[in-house]
Each structure stands twice: as C-alpha cells, then as structure tokens.
Design a protein around this ligand. Structure first.
Ligand SMILES: [Zn+2]
Length: 503
C-alpha cells in the first residue's frame, strides 16, 4: 500500500476532478481525495512535492515487435546525406558484430538527393550485407551482398528493381522476412524487453500492438502472445490478417491494423488513395488494395463474429471505403458499441467526418505526423497542395463528438506521448489545435475506450489500475508552446515504479 500526497492528481474522470491525495493498494487506486483518511494516519507517506500526476498513457497504434526488431538494428532517422549514412553504417559495423546490417528509418525526403540511395551507393559504403528499410516501412534498399543472399528468386518477385536494388510491394515483404531471420530469437526477445522499458519511460502503460508482418509463420504474434504477461504494459494485440480462421484459432477478439488489412499506402510512397489526383502527378490517385466488395465481405464477416475491426486508411478515398464497409456491416447487423476503428484517418473532409460520427467509428490517429521530420510539411504540400490543410483536423473531429485516440505508429515515429500532446495543441493549422485536456484524453481515457478498457485504465478513479505519470509541471497551467518541455519524473504501472528520472 502506498499513500501519495501533496500533488495535483488530474483524474481525467467525467467530472474532470483533481485531487491532492491518492492511495494505492495491490496495484489499484483505493482512495482519491484531498485529506488522508484517519485510518491511514501514521503510515508512511510519499510527498510528491507539488508535482502533477496524470493517468498512465496508452499508445493506440504501434507495431511493437517490428519496432523492437528495428531497435535491435541501426536507427537511420534524421540522416541527411550519403556521407552521414556512411558514417552511421561504419560506426555501427565497428561496434556491432553481426552478419548483416539492418537499418531503419531512412527518409528520402530528408536526404539532399530527395530519393532513396541505390545498391551502388550502398556498395561504396559497406561490404557487409546491408538492408535498409524506409521510414514508412513500405520500401527498402539493399547492397549487392544482401541481394545475393536472397538468391535468384528475388529477381522475379513483384516490386524488386534490379538495377537500383530497391524493394517495393511483395519483394519488400520477402526481403523483410529474410532480414528478420538474421536476428536471433534471443536478441529479439531482449530487444522486446528493452523496448517495453523505453515505453514505460515515456509514460506508456497500455498499448495496441498491430502485428503479423515481417516474420515467417506469424512468429511475431506467437512471441507477443507468450511474452505479454511478462512485459510492463497491458498489451492488446491486433492481428493484421484477413484470414479470420487465424483469429478464431488464436481466440483473438480483435482483427486488423496495417499491411494485409491496409486499404491504401501512404503519402511518403505516393500511394495513399485520393479522390483527386496528387498535385505533382495528375495521373496518380494512389492505390486501393481492396475492392469495395472484398472489403465489405471481410468487415461483415469479422463484425458478425463480434470482433473489433481496425483498418488502416490514410487518403480520403481509402477512408471513404472504410466508412462504406463499416456502414454496410452495421446496416446488416447493428451493434451500438462496436468500437470499430479507422487507423491514421489522415485526409478527412466534412462529409467523411459526419459519416464517421454518425456510425460511431473511433479513430486511432498519430499527431506525430503533423510535425514529422521524416515527412516534412513542405513535402506534403508538394504532393497534396492545399489539401495539406485538411490533414488531421483535430478540432473538427472533436466538435463532431468522435472518439479519437493518439498513438505513434512506431517504428514510423518514436513513441512519445508528451510530444504527441504538444502537437495536438500546436496544430500547424491553428484553428485545428485542441485543448490541453483533450490532448491528454487522447492518450488516456479515450485511448482506454478504444480498447474497451475504460473500466480499468485511462483515468484516476477508485478501483482502476494505479498507473501514474508524474510530471514536473502542470500541463494545464503552462503555455501550450511549452508542453513539449514537460519532464516525466516517475512512472508507476499497477502501483510499481517502472521509471525514475533521477535513477
Ligand atoms: Zn501502422
């Protein structure tokens, strides 16, 4: 049992109450108020010295195993030219003894040359087999030695460009499958635990892990299903498959995510599906991976099995397709509290927002995309023109009473709820900025709602898990421009200290 006093506990409950005393017992909150009840007097008290406490954060969309896998490799985010790339790869190779080098996060939009390097660029840098995955996780490039390891079959796989050594579509997934086999299971498991600790440092106590990609035999799903009981966070698994037998066999209650259950690509690869063509190419409307008929069929079957369905849709055409499919399933079998989710939902228009609200579809968005170094706004403007203004209209979404939660889409962006809140309150389109409390709700009570977890997580209330994020300042009393500077001092999950800044 622990008694915390002298703090501002922002409960995020329905009445928006705040308290100065919180008592924890057996991992749960057993008291909230402003005076320590008599029966506890005389016991040890933890004085929080006027700090502010929020409920533990939820990340409602990330690829946890892929993120852990890439964290075991070379992080190439922020690289600006080939010289920097060379330095990073050479440094990594002198310090890490592995047969292959796997890099992640390289963004052509950040590079001077504005395009991905080619295999001959990489051949000049290293002779160790090297495979680099683009920041959006949809394409890659390898040097000749890595391509040779893949064997002759790769040359005939869809999406492989022989003369540049670049991998798109099926060839990309084949190469990723191969790359993931090069990392030992022990290394991967270690990295998963390291990653769980990293997320705890960022205040994250629950997450939605979208898995089932990049590993043969859905090994990532098996690993996570086994390990989740030993990790710090409460993990809800979303299996990214359209094969509902797999869901049944593993007794999952959710399905979906990106990859196999993605309706379109992304802005970074110019294949997010749009109703009007890309600004820089009047013939390109992006790609839809499903026909409406096939999507309706999949969503309906999943819906009839009482599953919660989450679907990746970035462009307005893909979002429309997702809305159509949910509408179709709900018309055949109404289910008031379905909590189906559209993931990303980047390019929204008024009509889509109205329909999403009407159908009570929930959104798992990433405000990190609003200020994403790997995909800068000037790049988005060059491909979308004025439509850039329509990306994630947070205020409008909330004005329409849509439930929306935040997340990182890691490994695309590094999970960082404080930064995510900052971006939600400092939207590039000023009138779409939201209040600090709503930005916090996107990581707490609304995040819990997205996973049907609002009875145990997401707010500080008696009976709920004692997940606490202790901050140096009160986010509600500082300038919204300074939210990014908030410092997490201590994090508790189920009453246990999982992170202390001073240790
Ligand atoms: Zn994703």
């Amino acid at each position: 049992m622990q008694i915390f006093s002298n703090a501002t506990f922002l409960s995020m409950d329905k009445k928006n109450q705040s308290f100065t005393v919180l008592i924890e017992d057996k991992g749960k909150i057993c008291f909230l108020g402003n005076d320590i009840p008599k029966k506890y007097l005389g016991r040890k008290i933890t004085d929080l010295d006027g700090l502010t406490v929020l409920p533990g954060f939820g990340d409602t969309h990330l690829h946890f195993i892929s993120d852990s896998f890439f964290k075991a490799g070379l992080d190439l985010r922020g690289v600006r030219n080939l010289e920097e790339l060379k330095q990073k790869i050479n440094f990594y190779e002198t310090h890490k003894k592995s047969k292959v080098t796997i890099g992640f996060g390289l963004s052509p939009h950040l590079l001077d040359q504005k395009i991905l390097p080619t295999k001959s660029d990489l051949d000049k840098i290293t002779s160790r087999p090297t495979f680099i995955v683009k920041y959006d996780g949809h394409a890659g490039v390898a040097n000749t030695d890595f391509i040779n390891l893949l064997g002759a079959g790769i040359k005939s796989t869809k999406g492989f460009i022989n003369h540049t050594g670049q991998f798109y579509l099926d060839s990309f997934y084949k190469a990723t499958d191969f790359a993931s086999k090069q990392v030992s299971l022990i290394t991967l498991i270690k990295s998963i635990f390291v990653n769980s600790k990293y997320l705890a440092q960022k205040g994250i106590s629950f997450l939605h892990a979208c898995e089932g990609v990049g590993f043969p035999y859905d090994l990532d799903i098996t690993i996570l299903k086994t390990l989740k009981f030993f990790l710090l966070q409460k993990i809800s698994i979303f299996f990214q498959t359209t094969d509902l037998n797999k869901i049944k066999k593993r007794k999952f209650i959710r399905v979906g995510g990106c990859f196999e259950t993605a309706l379109d690509g992304c802005f970074g690869s110019l294949d997010a599906a749009l109703t009007q063509s890309y600004q820089n190419d009047s013939n390109n409307f992006g790609n839809l991976y499903f026909s409406q008929e096939r999507l309706n069929d999949f969503v309906l079957k999943a819906h009839l099995q009482n599953l919660q369905v989450a679907i990746h849709a970035i462009g307005d055409l893909a979002i429309e397709q997702a809305v159509n499919a949910f509408e179709y399933a709900l018309r055949i079998k109404p289910r008031p509290d379905h909590r189906h989710i559209i993931i990303h939902a980047c390019l929204l228009n008024d009509n889509l927002i109205k329909r999403i609200a009407h159908l009570n579809i929930h959104l798992a968005v990433q405000t990190a995309f609003l200020n994403w170094p790997e995909e800068p706004l000037d790049y988005l403007h060059s491909i979308l023109g004025d439509r850039t203004q329509l990306i994630l209209p947070l205020k409008k979404i909330l004005d329409n009473q849509i439930i929306m939660a935040n997340g990182s889409d890691a490994p695309c962006t590094n999970p960082d709820p404080i930064m995510g809140m900052h971006q939600a309150c400092n939207h590039p389109v000023n009138e779409q900025s939201i209040s600090v409390l709503d930005a916090i709700r996107m990581y707490t009570i609304w995040a819990a709602r997205l996973g049907f977890e609002e009875n145990t997580k997401g707010s500080l209330e008696v009976g709920k898990c004692c997940d606490l994020v202790i901050l140096d300042k009160n986010p509600c009393t500082i300038l919204k421009e300074n939210i990014k500077d908030l410092v997490i001092k201590t994090v508790y999950i189920k009453g246990k200290t999982v992170y202390r800044a001073d240790k």
